[in-house]
Design a protein around this ligand. Structure first.
Ligand code: ADP
Ligand code: S3P
Ligand code: MG
Length: 174
């Protein structure tokens, strides 16, 4: 079964922290973006360009459902909370859902030169901030715990999650 699910806006460190947690707990890491790329046979940027965001969101819901049948640490994509069906899945589960919370200015600094996220290029800093404001309540709705990452390294964030969930995660290891 899944040990923990990481949610949060783009650039909050879900993928990076997921990798650290998976290494520390010797558990598989599942990243929804990677699952989408494997399923579609192309990059996220290419999926957006060829088929648009709606098609991307359909794939995202499909791989989220499949992820619930797998083992390990699940890193979601920032837009997973856009779908009411996805939010329901995340709210219903007994698996801890950790919201990585980061201020938009720090997020933009982390992502401004990354061209793998189509929405960053489409929206720019002002648009990204608006999207962040709209999504914050959605992350809060699905999360069981919140950790701020602005001034923490991915290792420190992982340690904090391990402290929060140590018993629960370790109990699935055996
Ligand atoms: N806590 C952090 N402090 C500084 N930079 C970070 C932190 N977490 C992630 N990053 C950097 O931000 C970028 C996005 O991280 P990533 O893990 O891909 O985020 P997400 O999966 O949430 O979009 C990467 O360059 C990563 O190294
Ligand atoms: O917030 C979003 O809508 C998106 C976030 C990305 O994942 P990360 O949050 O891992 O960057 C990726 O799924 C896609 O570019 C769309
Ligand atoms: Mg990611």
């Amino acid at each position: 079964m899944l040990d923990v699910i990481l949610v949060g806006f783009m650039g909050t460190g879900k993928t990076t922290v997921g990798e650290v947690l998976a290494a520390n707990f010797k558990r598989p890491q599942i990243d929804l973006d990677d699952e989408i790329i494997t399923t579609a046979g192309k990059s996220i940027k290419q999926i957006f360009a060829d088929s648009g965001e709606v098609a991307f969101r359909q794939l995202e819901t499909q791989v989220l459902k499949q992820a619930f049948t797998k083992n390990g640490i699940l890193s979601t994509g920032g837009g997973v909370v856009e779908s009411a069906a996805n939010r329901e899945l995340l709210r219903q589960t007994a698996i801890p859902v950790i919201y990585l919370q980061t201020e938009p200015a720090a997020i933009f600094q982390r992502l401004k030169s990354d061209d793998g996220r189509p929405l960053v290029q489409q929206l720019g800093e002002v648009g990204l901030r608006k999207l962040w404001q709209r999504r914050v309540p959605l992350y809060q709705q699905v999360a069981t715990h919140t950790i701020t990452t602005d001034t923490r390294t991915p290792q420190q964030v992982s340690q904090q999650i391990q402290q929060l969930l140590g018993q629960e995660v370790l109990s699935h290891e055996i």
